[in-house]
Design a binder for this molecule. Structure first.
Ligand SMILES: *Cc1c(COP(=O)(O)O)cnc(C)c1O
Length: 360
């Protein structure tokens, strides 16, 4: 049974995007393919706010998240940990055989700029990982404040995961000085999963040249060599690149400012709806994500039963918490193609279910 997805990834895919995906395949060494990529990459750069190349990786985001570690970490990597994905990244760094340290914040707290500065001052690290929008807790760190700290450490290569915030709000890579910026296709871009993106600065490329054990599939130098010809090192997921082309048309037709404003409005509608019932946000309000809301289940409703009814009666679903906060939180995504009208439709449906579950 296919439900309309209000989970924070993968998100609902439009019929137009599905149709674009089914165009006939071309050879990945053909002129047609380079023409396709050559037409896509400048628009991706615009979305990344960068002059650096943007590489297309046929993998989920974790592929390039692991790849970034393999490419740029020589001395040691500091992993900023404040939720399920960022905690996992620390584990991945160690699995790659790197010296790794964790800057731990409580789940629901953002990455703290002062703590970051203190930790980088130990001089133990030449790379740092930060998750801009911790999807597991709906927490968004202050990337401007963090990037001001990073500017004081020119020898540290910054790796920033923008998987669930990219294109829902402006994240200006070059202005912020982010070296390696990563995102995926199945969150705010609302493309079926399987494609991810990584934009790599000159500084990070220079570092990669000196790092051994980069492997092949995620080697930044391989990506660069082929992207110079508007190609990918190996056969990519061409169908999703068609879907991306179509999605970029949608995005620039809507206009970036309109797109950002729509995400913000969607988000606000859901947040106020939750507050109306008496739910609290899981993170501190000013660090609440703009692409989803992670609510505390402080009313102790049987959230799984609510979701089951929503599925059964309305063919829609949200998410009942991730990792160690499963059941004690719930998350509603507002990213991708959703509009105030579609968000209100979901909430209206929930209004027919939820009151019966709230203990008087
Ligand atoms: C979804 C998500 C990931 C993992 O993405 P995959 O495509 O499943 O590899 C990583 N980081 C964040 C912040 C995410 O939201």
């Amino acid at each position: 049974m296919a439900y309309k997805l209000f989970i924070p990834g993968p998100v609902e895919v439009s019929p137009k995007t599905y149709r674009a995906r089914s165009a006939p395949i071309v050879g990945h060494r053909s002129k047609d393919f380079s023409k396709l990529v050559g037409e896509i990459e400048p628009r991706l750069k615009e979305l990344f706010y960068t002059q650096d190349p943007v590489f297309l990786s046929t993998s989920s985001s974790w592929g390039v998240m692991e790849g970034a570690i393999r490419n740029v970490v020589k001395k040691g990597v500091l992993n900023c940990c404040n939720g399920a994905f960022s905690d996992k990244w620390f584990d991945v760094s160690k699995r790659c055989g790197k010296e790794a340290g964790a800057l731990v914040s409580e789940w629901g707290a953002p990455v703290c700029p002062e703590a970051l500065e203190k930790e980088l001052s130990t001089n133990k690290y030449d790379a740092v990982t930060i998750i801009h929008n911790e999807t597991s807790t709906g927490t968004m760190s202050d990337i401007s404040a963090l990037s001001e700290v990073l500017k004081k450490f020119p020898d540290v290569v910054s790796i920033v995961d923008t998987v669930s915030s990219f294109s829902a709000m402006p994240i200006k890579k070059d202005e912020l000085g982010i070296d390696v910026m990563i995102t995926g296709c199945q969150k705010a871009l609302a493309i079926p999963p399987g494609l991810s993106f990584v934009s790599v600065s000159e500084k990070a490329m220079k570092r990669a040249e000196t790092v051994e054990g980069r492997g092949y599939y995620f080697d930044f130098l391989e990506f660069k060599k082929f992207m110079d010809k508007s190609m990918t090192p190996s056969t990519p997921v061409i169908s999703l690149i068609y879907a991306l082309q179509s999605k970029l048309d949608d995005i620039f037709e809507e206009g970036l400012e309109n797109r950002y404003a729509r995400h913000l409005e969607n988000n606000k509608i859901v947040r106020e709806w939750g507050y109306g019932y008496g739910f609290k946000l899981f993170p501190e309000e000013k660090y609440g994500s703009i692409s989803l809301n992670c609510f505390k289940n402080n009313l102790e409703v049987d959230i799984n039963a609510v979701n089951d009814e929503l599925k059964k009666n309305f063919n829609m679903m949200f998410n009942c918490g991730y990792g160690k906060i499963k059941g004690v939180t719930f998350r509603i995504s507002n990213m991708g193609d959703e509009t105030p009208a579609t968000m209100r439709e979901l909430l209206g449906n929930l209004d027919t279910i939820l009151p019966r579950y709230i203990k008087k």
